[in-house]
Design a protein around this ligand. Structure first.
Ligand SMILES: [Zn+2]
Length: 418
């Protein structure tokens, strides 16, 4: 009884002695829309016009690329270039050698025929907008490296695909989907180890406070510090960028030197929070699953169209059926059209992941103003205020406006935390 009384007294004392609850800090009126507008208006009309022109030109380039691809298919099939390449490859003694040689010649010929478009899109236009740092010689060197990779690995992939198509009959499209899915997985897993170092130098992050803050945030979110890399993207362009790549033991977060050089510590922290989001939320695996499913639908639709076209025009084009490697130009043309039609779907899948990474990044980095500032800097190559329909069809990342608004909404809900 006495003990109970003592406890009661102690409790009473502690209540009396406890410091008074601080009054809630008065929250300044903060309007998300006004704050968003404030950021969006930091872009001058001239900067906005340039950004819009660059990005909107990209819509036409996507359409132009498909029209160009159809024209190349026309040269291959209608003008007989494909027959010529088949005749060249036909001198080889074994069928697999003929298939492989035709595939390699086809990829090479397509590259050469598409070169004017590639030079305009990748070199001339990037320089017009002041986005590229490459001299023509350096650009040509990188393009040749890509060509060697695509002819070397692409022709082997095509060889394996045709071997499967010949053996599997009507269900070939399902087997082809599985095989391309497998190639994709191998490519994603090995890309950071064997492909990326051909174009850039990857090293550990330079020492300093920025490095410590990034690694601290990485460790806090379960990302090993060894998996954070730094690369010299300024070789190619001025673009600020970071990414997550690899699969399983090769997964890593990489940030580029432009980001480190051109951005404030708060901005860098905001970008890295976003990238850690991709890593922690397993976005690469989820994307692979989505894309393999989409690929299956694509192969089935392409198979259906291919059979109908070959029934009508196969004789003139020199295509016997799906198992005939001479049908490769038609397959590629149909895939180019299917890819264009699927753009809103693929963009929405990617954009949804990006939005998730944005939310993760805001919570991990707690730098809403840094994130909003970065969203504005990305207007160099992404239209800042598209219409909702434009954003749905053409945007593989949230627009600047969406991102600034997300950041300001997060800020508004966390004002009392400070
Ligand atoms: Zn991202």
């Amino acid at each position: 009884m006495r003990n109970k009384l003592l406890v009661l007294l102690a409790l009473l004392f502690s209540v009396l002695a406890a410091p008074a609850q601080p009054a809630p800090t008065p929250v300044a009126p903060f309007n998300v829309e006004v704050a968003t507008r404030h950021y969006l208006d930091t872009l001058t009309p001239a900067q906005k016009a340039k950004s819009d022109a660059y990005f909107e030109g990209g819509y036409w380039l996507q359409l132009g690329a498909v029209v160009y691809a159809l024209a190349v298919a026309g040269v291959m099939l209608g003008l007989g270039l494909s027959r010529l390449l088949q005749a060249l490859a036909g001198h080889l003694p074994r069928r697999w050698l003929r298939t492989w040689a035709y595939a390699a010649l086809y990829l090479l010929a397509t590259f050469i025929l598409t070169l004017p478009f590639t030079i305009y899109e990748d070199y001339v236009r990037e320089h017009q907008y002041g986005l590229s740092n490459l001299t023509f010689g350096a650009w040509a060197g990188e393009t040749l490296t890509s060509l060697v990779l695509s002819v070397g690995l692409g022709s082997l992939g095509i060889l394996v695909l045709y071997a499967a198509i010949r053996r599997t009959g009507a269900s070939w499209w399902a087997w082809a989907t599985a095989l391309v899915g497998l190639f994709l997985i191998i490519g994603v897993a090995l890309g950071p180890v064997f492909i990326s170092p051909l174009f850039n130098k990857y090293t550990a992050l330079p020492p300093g406070a920025v490095r410590e803050n990034i690694l601290r945030m990485a460790r806090a979110n379960g990302v090993p510090a060894d998996n954070v890399y730094y690369f010299d993207a300024s070789r190619q362009s001025k673009r600020i960028s970071a990414n997550v790549s690899g699969l399983g033991s090769t997964i890593r977060v990489s940030l580029n030197d432009n980001l480190l050089r051109r951005c404030s510590p708060a901005e860098i922290q905001a970008v890295m929070g976003h990238e850690l989001g991709h890593y922690v939320l397993n976005h690469i695996v989820k994307m692979l699953v989505f894309f393999v499913v989409l690929l299956g639908v694509g192969f089935k639709l392409v198979d259906w169209t291919f059979r109908r076209l070959v029934a009508c025009y196969g004789r003139g084009w020199g295509i016997a059926g799906p198992a005939d490697v001479g049908g490769l130009p038609l397959f590629m043309a149909l895939f180019a059209v299917a890819g264009l039609l699927a753009t809103p779907i693929t963009n929405t899948i990617i954009r949804t992941n990006e939005q998730e990474a944005d939310m993760f990044g805001l919570n991990a980095a707690r730098q809403p103003d840094g994130f909003a500032a970065i969203a504005m800097k990305l207007s160099e190559y992404r239209k800042i205020e598209p219409t909702p329909l434009e954003e749905f069809i053409f945007f593989d990342h949230p627009s600047g406006r969406t991102r600034v608004r997300s950041a300001m909404r997060w800020k508004a809900e966390h004002l009392a935390d400070r």
